[in-house]
Ligand binder design. Structure first.
Ligand code: Q0N
Length: 287
């Protein structure tokens, strides 16, 4: 991380630094959160897995929408990217009924204004993927909003453009991952505008942190699904009787090792690239 870069933002597990007027450095740490709490124990190489997967998807989806990626750094966890004017909505696509989509459906039969068929169970595949935008909460949880509310925030034309791009990105990636044994149940994109007002995909994309990845061979609708990456951590935390408020518990070595192996497995299954090859040269995911 360059000493000269001003810190311009931080998320729970990522940091953003200014490189110059046009470029930012997005750095993915090895921190992990569960039940919305960042744990004190790191998962070695988790940030590299997420950065590599994002780069892999960016390189393969630029025909759908251009993205902010300029370069991957040698450390494998840092992305040089174009500075954008970010849109004030979270662009979520759901192919399956889970999380807040399932909660909304149980309460109202709809989510983000999409009235869904009756009788769906938790984790059911939807008849077709739906765009379910949300507000960007400064703290607490994002709130799902309908198309009209989202169009009020970004404009009707821009709304139509992001909806089309998000759905097309989801279809491309979910088909790709499904063929490799991973269900991408839902995913969140963040878009921005470049200096010419063109729509550009930002943030990280189509990673297990920005999406729900489920192992396809264990898929059983009618209840919550195991998370591809974080299930060992959740299961361990559930054995502790922890109240899920900060600070979270330390993780034992076997839970750390098992979780790291799951992240690496997701990387290798999706990219088809040995993770050691990525560590030797991050640009392998771009070719
Ligand atoms: C930006 N966020 C929200 C990293 C992710 N290319 C960009 N240009 C301008 N701003 C942003 C990006 C990007 N990506 C995105 N905040 C600013 C998510 N952040 C939170 C902090 O960690």
């Amino acid at each position: 991380m360059p000493e000269t870069a001003a810190h311009v933002g931080s998320g729970k597990v990522r940091e953003l630094y200014a490189l110059d007027g046009e470029r930012l450095l997005l750095v993915a740490s090895d921190r992990i959160s569960t039940f919305d709490v960042v744990l004190p124990t790191k998962i070695p190489d988790k940030g590299r897995v997420l950065t590599g997967l994002s780069g892999f998807w960016f390189a393969r989806t630029s025909h759908i929408v251009p993205n902010h990626l300029l370069a991957l750094r040698e450390d494998g966890r840092s992305t040089e990217c174009r500075r954008l004017e970010m849109l004030p909505i979270e662009c979520v696509v759901r192919g399956y009924l889970s999380g807040s989509g399932w909660k909304d459906y149980q309460a109202t039969g709809a989510t983000s204004g999409h009235v869904l068929p009756e009788g769906l169970t938790e984790s059911a595949q939807l008849p077709e993927p739906i765009f379910t935008p949300a507000t960007k909460a400064q703290e607490g949880h994002d709130e799902n909003i309908d198309a009209g509310q989202a169009a009020d925030l970004v404009g009707a034309e821009r709304f139509a453009e992001v909806e089309r791009a998000a759905l097309e990105l989801y279809r491309f990636a979910s088909d790709y991952a499904a063929a490799r044994g991973i269900i991408i149940a839902d995913t969140k994109f963040e878009f921005g505008l470049d200096d010419d007002g063109r729509l550009v995909l930002g943030d990280e994309a189509l990673t297990p942190d920005s999406s729900r990845f489920w192992p396809a061979d264990e898929y059983a609708p009618g209840g919550a699904q195991p998370s591809f990456d974080k299930q060992f951590v959740r299961d361990y935390c559930e054995t502790l009787g922890w109240d899920k408020t900060a600070p979270g518990p330390d993780l034992p070595d076997d839970v750390v090792a098992g979780t790291r192996a799951r992240y690496v497995d997701a990387f290798e299954r999706i990219t088809g690239i040995p993770f050691d090859d990525y560590l030797a040269d991050p640009d392998v995911v771009l070719r």
